[in-house]
Design a protein around this ligand. Sequence first.
Ligand SMILES: *[C@@H]1O[C@H](CO)[C@@H](O)[C@H](O)[C@H]1NC(C)=O
Ligand SMILES: *[C@@H]1O[C@H](CO)[C@@H](O)[C@H](O)[C@H]1NC(C)=O
Ligand SMILES: *[C@@H]1O[C@H](CO)[C@@H](O)[C@H](O)[C@H]1NC(C)=O
Length: 352
Amino acid sequence: MDLTWDIILCICIAILVHILIFIFVMGKRPKSIVGRHVVVTGGSKGIGLSLAVECAMKGANVTVIARDEKMLSGAVALMELIRQRPEQRFQYRSLDIGGDYVEVARVLSEVEESLGDIYMLINCAGFAICGVFESVSVADTHKLMNVNFFGSYNCTRYVLPKMKKAGEGIIVITSSQAAMFGIYGYGPYAASKYALRAMAETIAMESREQGVSVTLALPCDTNTPGFEEEEKSKPRETKIISGSGGLMQPEQMAKAILKDALKGNFISTLGAESWLITLLGGALMPWDGFFTNLLHAIVIGPLRLFSYGLHKHFNSVIRKCAVEDRAAQTNETSAKHSPDQAKLGDTLAEHK
Ligand SMILES: *[C@@H]1O[C@H](CO)[C@@H](O)[C@H](O)[C@H]1NC(C)=O
Ligand SMILES: *[C@@H]1O[C@H](CO)[C@@H](O)[C@H](O)[C@H]1NC(C)=O
Ligand SMILES: *[C@@H]1O[C@H](CO)[C@@H](O)[C@H](O)[C@H]1NC(C)=O
């Protein structure tokens, strides 16, 4: 009896060791971007800027695209500072990628004339507006779809056929953890990020045979200027729900994204929480080799209970906020009905 258990234990340990060796030692070899032309949209700040800098450090010729010329020239100056080789070249173009396709195509063909065919396109331009569904204006929703989805769509549309023809190329599409499940206060924003996820899944499947690799980046909350802006429009519920995940630094995020993209991994996440959410929310997405998927298969069942608990928690947060709101409303109306009492309350508060 004891012997049987020993044997089973040995087999289990052997399997585990093999899995670990496979995951950590026999990883894929990263591609080189030395002397290659990399285009980064949204490359003037945040994760985009960090990605441009990382590419420059890896010896690439980099074009950054965004709207603000001042920030763009700052990004180029930064890359000049950390250049690895004297022949490396950096440039910027000011462009509203949420604009017309013809304009996007014109600018991209122009940057190709000066630095050669685009080998890697990093779609990083995007922004967030939060708020419960009806509080986000129709115009803002169109803007979200235009910049976040159509911006990446139009740039990808330009490079993909050329990359397929060349038989090589890397495309990074920056979506979000908000594309894994719907979260209170993220309606139209999450819709634009879901659209990107769907696009990435499709084109990854369509261009693998032609030698083009696609990476879907799924960052969580990151400490960027965009995030600061986003915080202002966030409902209380959203802050409580998504605030528990903590903040990543853009440099960390950029390093992880570039590493995955150069290795040809489809999914790029950073941190245990994002890994968990992506595993649960994207169980049909391609993710690494057999042993990684075996590991996923073992943990995914029990984790389903985790997602049940998570939603229980979210609902309790939302209920608590709703109860507080109702109480505040009742106070307001009662204060209106008895102004004297309210005044008395104010004076009392002042004296405290
Ligand atoms: C890109 O950079 C490499 C060196 O890193 C250089 O040899 C090459 O000429 C550059 N390509 C273009 C088109 O400027
Ligand atoms: C993106 O490309 C489409 C198709 O060419 C074009 O109609 C559109 O104006 C472009 N821009 C946006 C923001 O949709
Ligand atoms: C409502 O008013 C009472 C006192 O009149 C106060 O104790 C309570 O905190 C108020 N509630 C809210 C939600 O402002």
